[in-house]
Design a protein around this ligand. Structure first.
Ligand code: NAI
Ligand code: MG
Length: 492
């Protein structure tokens, strides 16, 4: 595979600003190769498996490219490259490691528009989200961790942080480039080397990030990217020379990985699913709350581990909230992800679409009422109207299981005690939202919710400096912030 020709950014982007561009849909053409090998030891190589799989655009079902399917031999090659690169990378002056991360951040920022388009084509998310969230946040993670690389002694005063070695990093399809950044940036800052496996439906931006590694002269083997599905991921996790496994994805696969790593001495962090509560109190600013709720569940088609998928509304304002919600839902635009006005793009895959549709059926079968605005969906591609259910009981499947789609379950509560009990009544513990005008209530409720992140009068806000991660079946370990560094260091 040859690196793709460059796309020129508009001039304002050269300074890293957000940009406005007028007409929809997005018109920038991004060259995509017919076929992509894997990135091992600083170069793109064909898979020893000789196998490839299609990656498609879920917005119109067209095949975008062919992606290598790595087998055990390919995994072996990638891990060997990361292992060989480790001693030198570890010994490199920390300020030099920082320079590589700064360069990656800068280059990604310069190529942001191209990455945004590619992310939307390969994964189906609205272009305005790739443009305003995914790519800028990925850039921030590289900048943020570049800053830590030579200051680790200050992060943990009195302790010395030693890198762990080869890190196997397996990421999902909902935030492809952003998850790659969340994983790669802290690992490198701490002096580790990496083998990353993107998700099978969304490998293109990670592979393009590898082009940036070449551009900035990152030493060969420091980051290797192998593509493939679950078998490839399992082979990577099981490799004896892997010292650390970092996984984001489903709870089922997380459990399998935890079993594989048990007793092996491998360090493990897991970021798994969620069923996060969003709680509206009677004293909340209701317009603001409804906006936040819509954003909290329909952002990225609900393919968000911390999506606010359970809405708890205090009884006295239930009717008002439902009325406002209904109006707001009518204004959501569903369709072509490349259209800059689109609010909900395509569901990531046919499989995920089928999963979500099953939940819609189960929801109705168990007695909840389904509501959807009347929207015209494109003829080709995987689409679903945004959906909310009323009449949901806490025992209903749609109130308990992660749907990972644009589906909101609305429930009520009377007292703050009841809100807390219901919110915490889940095997998950990733995130939560509170909407109230009373500051004291925020502090009280936030401290009693068992969730890794609690947002107050806002939702889905991220910051590289703020640790992210879960409790219970949402996993363990933190990403981002000072705490996130602990996942990639051994303190001595
Ligand atoms: P998944 O957990 O199977 O996939 C995530 C990643 O793990 C992918 O890169 C995949 O290739 C890899 N993988 C799969 N099996 C593996 C194994 N045995 N060993 C190592 N790696 C493996 O998720 P999937 O099937 O795409 O989605 C199913 C459900 O999982 C979704 O409906 C959603 O509920 C949840 N999910 C949660 C995510 C989160 O961010 N918390 C992300 C993706 C999915
Ligand atoms: Mg795809």
């Amino acid at each position: 595979m040859s690196p793709s020709p460059e796309v020129k950014n508009p001039p304002e982007l050269e300074f890293g600003n957000a940009w406005e561009y007028a007409a929809a849909p997005e018109s920038v053409k991004v060259d995509i190769a017919d076929k992509y090998g894997m990135f091992i030891n600083g170069a793109f190589v064909a898979p020893m498996s000789r196998k490839y799989m299609d990656t498609i655009n879920p917005g119109n079902e067209e095949v975008l490219s062919k992606i290598a399917v790595a087998n055990e031999d390919d995994v072996e090659r990638a891990v060997a490259a990361a292992k060989a690169a480790f001693p030198k990378w570890k010994r490199l002056k920390a300020s030099e490691r920082a320079k590589y991360l700064f360069r990656i951040a800068r280059r990604l920022q310069e190529r942001a528009r191209e990455f945004s388009v590619l992310e939307t084509l390969d994964g189906g998310k609205p272009i305005k989200e790739s443009r305003d969230v995914d790519i800028p946040e990925a850039v921030k993670h590289f900048f943020y961790h570049a800053g830590w690389a030579d200051k680790l002694d200050y992060a943990f005063p009195g302790r010395k942080g030693r890198p762990l070695g080869v890190c196997a990093q397996i990421i999902p399809w909902n935030f492809p480039l952003l998850m790659a950044a969340w994983k790669i940036a802290p690992a490198l800052a701490c002096g580790n080397t990496v083998v990353l496996k993107p998700a099978e439906t969304t490998s293109l931006t990670a592979l393009r990030l590898a082009e940036i590694f070449v551009e900035v002269g990152l030493p060969p083997g420091v980051v290797n990217i192998i593509t493939g599905a679950g078998d490839t991921g399992a082979a990577l996790v099981a490799h004896k020379d892997v010292q650390k496994v970092a996984f984001t994805g489903s709870t089922a696969v997380g459990k399998a990985i935890a079993q594989e790593c048990a007793g092996s001495g491998k360090r493990l962090t897991l970021e798994l699913g969620g069923k996060s509560p969003n709680i509206i109190f009677e004293d909340a600013s209701l317009d603001q709350a409804v906006d936040g709720i819509v954003q909290g569940i329909f952002f990225n088609q609900g393919h968000v581990c911390c999506a606010g998928s359970r809405l708890f509304v205090q009884e006295g304002v239930m009717q008002e909230v439902l009325a406002k919600l209904e109006v707001r839902m009518q204004s959501l635009r569903v369709g072509d992800p490349m259209d800059k006005n689109t609010d909900l793009g395509a569901i990531n895959s046919l499989g995920q679409l089928a999963t979500i549709k099953r939940y819609l059926e189960v929801g109705e079968a168990e007695g909840a009422q389904r509501h959807q605005p009347s929207v015209k969906l494109p003829k080709r591609g995987y689409y679903l109207p945004p959906t909310w259910f009323t009449g949901v009981q806490p025992s209903h499947t749609i109130a308990r299981e992660e749907i990972f789609g644009p589906v909101l379950s609305v429930m009520s509560f009377r007292t703050p005690e009841e809100a807390i009990a219901r919110a915490n009544n889940t095997p998950y513990g990733l995130a939560a939202g509170i909407w109230t005008d009373k500051g004291s209530k925020i502090f009280d409720i936030a401290s009693r919710l068992k969730a890794g992140v609690v947002w107050c009068n806002t939702y889905n806000r991220f910051d590289a400096a703020s640790p992210f991660g879960g409790y219970k079946q949402s996993g363990f370990g933190r990403e981002g912030g000072r705490q996130g560094l602990l996942s990639y260091l051994e303190l001595v």
